[in-house]
Design a protein around this ligand. Structure first.
Ligand code: CP
Length: 311
C-alpha cells in the first residue's frame, strides 16, 4: 500500500522530468497491478480523454486503466465538441475542470501543448500527456521500460537500437531520454534524412545490418506518413530492404534479443509481417503492459493532486 504519489507532480508530461528511481518505482507499481493489486475509490472521480490525434491503443488502454481504478470516464470527441466552434484547448480544459473532471489525458498535435496547462490555478486537475506532436510519449516510454525490464535484469549496459522514422517520433525522443538515464547503450538507425544532431548525444548511428547481431532490444518505429510533407517516391519494399527488420536480419539477432514496436505497425515496411507475433516480438506484451503502467501513472498523478482517495 502506498499513500503518496510515486512522482510528486500532478502533471506527467515528459520523460525529462522523471529520474531513474521514479521510473523503477512506476514499473514496480505497474507490475503489482499486473499481478494482484486492486484499488477502490473512496470518492467518485472523473476522467476525460482528449484525443486531437488518432489513436487506438493509447486511448483504449487509458480508458481501461481508468475504469479498472474505478474512475468514471466522461466521453469527449473533438469532432462533436465546441472545439469545432473554435474553443481553444485551454478553454476546453477550463470547462472540463469546471464541470468536475479530475483527470485529463491529452493527445494533441502541437508539440509541448501542455506548457499552457500546467501550474494554472484555474485548472485544478491531474494531467497526463498521451502524446504531443513529435515531442514526447511518456506513457508509451514507461510501458516500454516495463516490457524491457521483464526481459532483462538490468538496463545498465543494455544495447538498444531505435530504428526508423526518428525525426517524427515522440517515442524515440522519450525513450532515448530515459534509456540514457538508465545507463543503456543506445544505437540509432534508419534513413539519414530522418536522423539529426539532436540524437547524437544519446547514441551511435549505424546501419541496421551492423546492429542486428549486436543488440538486446531492436525497437522499430513506424514510418509516419501523416507527418511527412510529401511521400512522393516512397517505395515501401525498398525501405524494408534497406532500413527495415527483415526476417533475415531478425535471424541474426542473438538468442535472447527482443523486438519491440509501439504500434501501429506498417507491416512489411519497418517490420516484416511474420515477425509481428514471432517468439522474439513483444508487440502484444507492450499493449498489455500499457494498461497496468497507465494505472500506475494515473494513481500517481491523482495522489499528487491530493485526490488520494484510492485504497
Ligand atoms: N503507440 C501508440 O501511441 O499507438 P496509438 O496511436 O494507437 O495510440
Amino acid at each position: 500500500m502506498i499513500d503518496q504519489a510515486i512522482f510528486q507532480q500532478p502533471a506527467l508530461v515528459s520523460m525529462k522530468d522523471l529520474d531513474v528511481t521514479t521510473v523503477k518505482a512506476l514499473i514496480q507499481r505497474a507490475e503489482a497491478f499486473k499481478q494482484v493489486l486492486h484499488l477502490e475509490l473512496t470518492t467518485p472521480l472523473y476522467a476525460a480523454n482528449l484525443f486531437f490525434e488518432n489513436s487506438t491503443r493509447t486511448h483504449t488502454s487509458f480508458e481501461v486503466a481508468e475504469r479498472r481504478l474505478g474512475l468514471s470516464v466522461v466521453q469527449f470527441d473533438p469532432q462533436t465538441s465546441s472545439v469545432k466552434k473554435g474553443e481553444s484547448l485551454y478553454d476546453t480544459c477550463l470547462t472540463l475542470a469546471a464541470v468536475g473532471v479530475n483527470l485529463l489525458v491529452i493527445r494533441h498535435w502541437q508539440d509541448a501543448y501542455y506548457k499552457m496547462l500546467i501550474n494554472q490555478p484555474s485548472l485544478p486537475v491531474a494531467l497526463i500527456n498521451a502524446g504531443d506532436g513529435s515531442g514526447e510519449h511518456p506513457s508509451q516510454s514507461l510501458l516500454d521500460m516495463m516490457t524491457i525490464s521483464e526481459n532483462f535484469a538490468d538496463f545498465n549496459g543494455l544495447k538498444v537500437a531505435i530504428v526508423g522514422d526518428l525525426n517524427h517520433s515522440r517515442v524515440a525522443r522519450s525513450n532515448m531520454e530515459i534509456l540514457h538515464k538508465l545507463g543503456a547503450q543506445i544505437f540509432f538507425s534508419g534513413p539519414a534524412y530522418w536522423y539529426g544532431p539532436e540524437f547524437a548525444p544519446y547514441g551511435t548511428y549505424l546501419p541496421i545490418d551492423e546492429l542486428a547481431d549486436q543488440v538486446d532490444v531492436m525497437m522499430m518505429l513506424r514510418v509516419q506518413h501523416e507527418r511527412h510533407q510529401s511521400d512522393a517516391g516512397f517505395d515501401a519494399a525498398a525501405y524494408h530492404q534497406q532500413y527495415g527488420l527483415t526476417v533475415e536480419r531478425a535471424a541474426r539477432m542473438h538468442q535472447d534479443a527482443i523486438i519491440m514496436h509501439p504500434g501501429p505497425i506498417n507491416r512489411d515496411v519497418e517490420l516484416a509481417s511474420e515477425l509481428v507475433e514471432s517468439k522474439r516480438s513483444r508487440f502484444v506484451t507492450q499493449m498489455q503492459n500499457g494498461v497496468f503502467m497507465r494505472m500506475a501513472m494515473i494513481e500517481s498523478v491523482l495522489r499528487a493532486q491530493d485526490l488520494g482517495c484510492l485504497v
